[in-house]
Design a binder for this molecule. Structure first.
Ligand SMILES: O=C(O)CCC(=O)C(=O)O
Ligand SMILES: [Fe+2]
Length: 372
């Protein structure tokens, strides 16, 4: 991509080369690429935060961690969680199972094709996702599972909203190893997420347990993803987007070179170098909404130019489906009216938008970003 700067006060006529395109809040957006004197102060790498303190009995230590987390959420929207304490052998075993699953014959994986599911649970084939419609589709295959009170592994009491099946699992005996592996990962990530939610509450100057009541039966998804190495720069593993949940935790396989990239305020892509035993944590749209945009749901994408197969395991966390949320008191502007949104309705709206929007006709696209 070429970039231009100008020394005159008149903005130079813009060409498409000067913009980065993405999906933000479910709708197309774009950011001008800024260099030289026009560049703003912004991040050029992700902060690394030591999460050992999440297990500390000392509130002061948890608050110290929360202060670092809060600064990263405000300034970057992404950070590395090192020393997260989640069992490394379990993480390795999950990656092995994911790799084995994607190596199964297509017809076995297609038994659980996500096109049969309103929530797009199950298997997504290559090029079926297309977050950037200027591409031929996302060069990835995936498998999505999430909250489902009918899966006994979840020990989740059925509610009127969650009493019918949501997940789809392959039925072939050759895939039988996959479901328990996904559930081991799910259980560990859910319990880490509950701790993290308390750190987020502290970071927002709220009591530690402030979000507990709206997260008794959270919406939480794993998407296992396989990105083959891409030969061409015209392809993308997953097009530029923001996540539509409260926050995301990503475990990624250790390719020698980075593939995940995060967009900074100057329209530059910052690579996320894989590190062993480390989660990538990012603020997603919900946390950004409830903080009135103070915390950033930062745009990111994957381009697998590493020459290696890449696997990742994003874990998407949202509060209870029927929780009603709004902009937190301390982020409200005096005299302004704020509405409420229901977590599940917002989620479904975003899911539907992601399936239907196209970059063509951006601003007049008819779909509007969902605001509170
Ligand atoms: O594969 C990754 O590292 C990130 C994937 C991602 O951004 C997503 O699934 O929303
Ligand atoms: Fe994402």
């Amino acid at each position: 991509m070429s970039t231009t700067t100008t020394t005159t006060t008149e903005p130079a006529p813009s060409t498409d080369d000067e913009w980065v395109h993405y999906h933000d809040g479910g709708v197309p957006g774009k950011r001008r690429i800024l260099t030289g004197p026009a560049a703003k102060p912004t991040f050029t790498e992700l902060p690394r935060i030591d999460f050992r303190r999440i297990y500390s009995d000392s509130l002061a230590e948890r608050q110290e961690l929360a202060a670092e987390v809060g600064a990263a959420c405000r300034d970057v929207g992404f950070f590395y969680a090192v020393n997260h304490g989640v069992d490394d052998a379990m993480l390795q075993a999950t990656f092995e199972a994911v790799q084995r699953f994607f190596a199964l014959p297509t017809d076995v994986k297609m038994e659980a094709h996500n096109q049969k599911s309103r929530l797009f649970r199950g298997y997504e084939a290559f090029l079926e996702g297309r977050l950037d419609p200027r591409t031929r589709g996302d060069l990835k295959e995936g498998f999505l599972m999430g909250e489902d009170a009918t899966d006994p592994e979840q020990h989740r009491p059925p509610t009127p909203l969650t009493s019918s099946p949501r997940n789809q699992w392959p039925t072939s005996p050759s895939a039988a190893f996959f479901r328990p592996a996904m559930y081991r990962y799910y259980t560990h990530m859910l319990s880490f997420s509950r701790r993290l939610l308390r750190i987020f509450a502290l970071a927002l100057a709220l009591p530690e347990t402030a979000f507990d009541a709206i997260s008794t039966s959270p919406m939480a998804n794993i998407r296992a993803v396989h990105y083959p190495p891409q030969a061409s720069d015209a392809d993308v593993g997953i097009g530029a987007h923001t996540d539509f949940c409260w926050f995301t935790l990503v475990s990624q396989s250790l390719t020698a070179r980075p593939a995940l990239e995060v967009l900074n305020a100057n329209g530059a892509w910052v690579p996320v170098v894989p590190e062993p035993n480390t989660f990538i944590v990012n603020v997603a749209d919900f946390l950004s909404l409830v903080t009135g945009g103070t915390w950033q749901s930062t745009v990111h994408r994957v381009r697998n130019m590493t020459g290696e197969e890449r696997y990742s395991l994003p874990f998407f966390f949202s509060p209870n489906e029927d929780a009603r949320v709004s902009v937190l008191e301390r982020f409200r502007e005096p005299g302004r009216e704020y509405g409420e949104i229901t977590v599940g309705e917002y989620f479904q709206k975003r899911l539907d938008i992601d399936r239907t929007t196209h970059l063509e006709g951006e601003e007049e696209g008819g779909m509007k970003r969902v605001y509170i």
